[in-house]
Design a protein around this ligand. Structure first.
Ligand code: NAG
Length: 605
């Protein structure tokens, strides 16, 4: 076979896509289709009907798959929300800009009032579609940085990354987003009582001396000062944790009231957020946006980023107990209803045919997640091993993904070629018949250096009995834990290989690390959390062994050739793409800084 065939095929196909995409769109004001991204949080690939779950009801997602292409080998950009969402929005590994965890840091952004996030210079899906003349809207969970100014003013959110309007959650749902928490608590009691005791004694003696010296005013000032100091000490001990190894954490009260925030543009509209109505509120917002823009001259991009199905699992009262899988199942079914509502809106307005819909989960389900009542509150990853947070494990990475574009993408088909969330931006641009990213953003040098590839040509070809396109031939996908590469996926010929270099140290006999809502394996910490296999990496052929049960014998020439090829690639990669250290390493940027906290009007002052 001639070496340049893949390139020629790709170019030809790319041309076909653009031509077809612009031809297949009559009846609307614009030649380019609207684009709707439905991003679900923590949904496992085993949680969805069209991926084989026969007890959970997801009729709307199943319908979407029936009308589009089901991606059977779709992988997350990272095993955690923040970095995976960053890879979806920018088409670049979050390691390139340090938006990943490192030793003793959180793996994601944890506070609204912090200074970490996607650098403003990164190209994003918002910037790209904005440059292409789209109206852009973002609804829901952002979790990519809010970097507010003094007193929570001018927060940096979707509007600063190319979106025209937004109703957004700066961070995410947190265990403490739900429940009642009190402000007047006492942590580190012994320490606090010691501090109070000694300070009071000292003050008392000084006051006595001052009174004796006939300086009563000074004595009063001193008393007030001491009280203020003690109050401050109490507050820090009770509501911060920076004097412990979990330095980035805050008290349940702080989490509940300060991080449970919903914002409309840069104004707080809900604080603490009301979880049982959140899903409805977000759905209504997206539906409202679509309704008010369906007649506009410009096409639109809307990203609907669900709060569901992340913990704490809270649904509207009428949905409680409707599923066969407890709270978690209820949350999936409620989320599916919202998918249905958005699809129905497109139908009703006659927009469905000129619209690309992409539905995806940010990474695998959280196997360890268990509520206090013993109910499972995390997703199911089918037979894939491992869970959310585990960089190289298939259960953390393999996600449901569906693309619908009537008339362009064959309906009811399935694409088995590996694709990634990193590919979202280039793929959607090509499907929509728009120029490539570096052409849309010519002044952004980072737009030339993206890790994602467009699989639009594959989507169009799929199910037509044509041989699979070689366009992704030789592709390597890196799977990280923090800044480490845990595994590499390599597409070559008929094969998809995966090489494991590091794996978490699991609880014996399992692919998880215990149970609990905040329990994870912590491979990004390194050290005792990791089983280092760099000397004897495990290699699997996912085409014949998708669940990674039988590693390829390392004495075979197949193993040696593939391993050598991957190691060579890694070496070149490390030389070419140096990673900055984690943004979360800078404590003053990662911690909750009260003077940057946004508040709902009238809530505090
Ligand atoms: C369906 O999803 C539920 C909830 O995650 C899970 O407990 C169950 O095992 C899944 N069933 C199948 C057949 O995959």
């Amino acid at each position: 076979m001639s070496g340049c065939c893949p390139l020629v095929c790709t170019l030809l196909l790319g041309f076909c896509v653009s031509t077809l995409a612009s031809e297949g769109t009559s009846g609307s004001n614009s030649s380019h289709p609207n684009v709707v991204i439905l991003l679900i949080d923590d949904l496992g690939i085993g949680d969805v009907g069209c991926y084989g779950n026969d007890t959970i009801r997801t009729p709307s997602i199943d319908r979407l798959a029936g009308e589009g292409v089901l991606l059977s080998h779709h992988v997350a950009g990272a095993p955690f929300c923040t970095p995976s969402r960053a890879s979806l929005l920018t088409a670049r590994y979050a390691q390139r800009f340090g938006l990943v965890g490192e030793f003793r840091t959180p793996p994601v952004i944890v506070h609204v009032a912090s200074r970490v996030g996607i650098p403003l210079e990164e190209p994003t899906i918002g910037h790209a579609f904005e440059a292409a003349g789209y109206t852009t809207h973002f609804t829901g969970k952002w979790h990519l940085g809010s970097r507010c100014g003094l007193f929570g003013r001018n927060c940096t959110g979707p509007l600063d990354y190319g979106f025209d309007s937004t109703l957004w959650l700066p961070t995410t749902l947190l265990p403490r987003s739900y429940g009642n928490y009190t402000f007047w608590v006492l942590e580190e009691e012994t320490l606090f009582f010691h501090a109070t005791g000694w300070t009071s004694l000292l003050t008392l003696i000084t006051v006595a001396v001052l009174v004796h010296m006939r300086l009563p005013r000074l004595a009063v000032v001193l008393c007030l000062l001491t009280a203020a100091c003690l109050l401050l000490v109490w507050f820090i001990l009770a509501h911060y944790r920076f004097y412990t190894p979990a330095w980035h954490q805050v008290s349940p009260w702080m989490d509940h009231y300060l991080n449970g925030v919903v914002m409309n543009r840069s104004e707080v509209v809900d604080q603490p957020m009301q979880l049982h109505t959140l899903n409805e509120r977000l759905t209504n917002n997206t539906v409202h946006f679509i309704r008010s823009h369906h007649n506009a001259s410009k096409p639109f991009l809307v990203v609907h980023s669900f709060g569901h199905v992340h913990t704490p699992i809270v649904t509207a009262p009428e949905n409680r107990g409707r599923s066969k899988h407890g709270r978690y199942g209820d949350s999936i079914e409620e989320m599916d209803d919202s998918v249905g509502e958005i699809l129905n809106t497109l139908d009703e307005l006659g927009l469905a045919n000129n619209c690309v819909v992409y539905l995806v989960s940010d990474h695998g389900g959280h196997l360890e997640s268990l509520g206090e009542d013993g109910q499972r509150t995390g997703g199911y990853n089918g037979l894939f091993k491992g869970s959310k947070g585990q960089g190289g494990m298939e259960g953390a990475l393999r996600v449901p993904g569906i693309v619908r574009y009537p008339g362009i993408v064959p309906k009811g088909s399935r694409l088995d070629t590996p694709t990634s969330l990193l590919d979202t931006l280039p793929t959607l641009l090509q499907l929509a018949g728009l120029p490539a990213l570096h052409k849309l953003l010519p002044h952004n040098s980072r737009a030339e250096d993206v890790d994602g590839l467009s699989y639009a040509p594959l989507l169009m070809e799929v199910g037509k009995g044509v041989a699979p396109q070689p366009m992704l031939e030789g592709r390597m996908l890196l799977h990280h834990s923090g800044l480490f590469v845990d595994a590499v996926r390599y597409i070559t010929g008929e094969h998809v290989y995966k090489l494991h270099l590091r794996q978490p140290v699991f609880s014996p006999g399992s692919y998880q690390c215990g149970w609990g809502e905040m329990t994870f394996c912590r491979p990004w910490f390194g050290g005792e959390h990791v089983h280092d296999m760099t000397q004897h990496p495990l290699l699997y052929d996912l085409t014949t062994d998708p669940y990674e049960d039988n590693p390829i014998d390392n004495s075979t020439s197949e193993y040696q050739q593939v391993e050598e090829r991957i190691q060579r690639y890694l070496k070149e990669w490390e030389e070419r793409v140096p990673y900055p250290s984690s943004q979360f390493n800078v404590k003053m940027d990662t911690m909750l800084l009260p003077w940057l906290q946004p508040f709902k009007k009238g809530w505090f002052f």
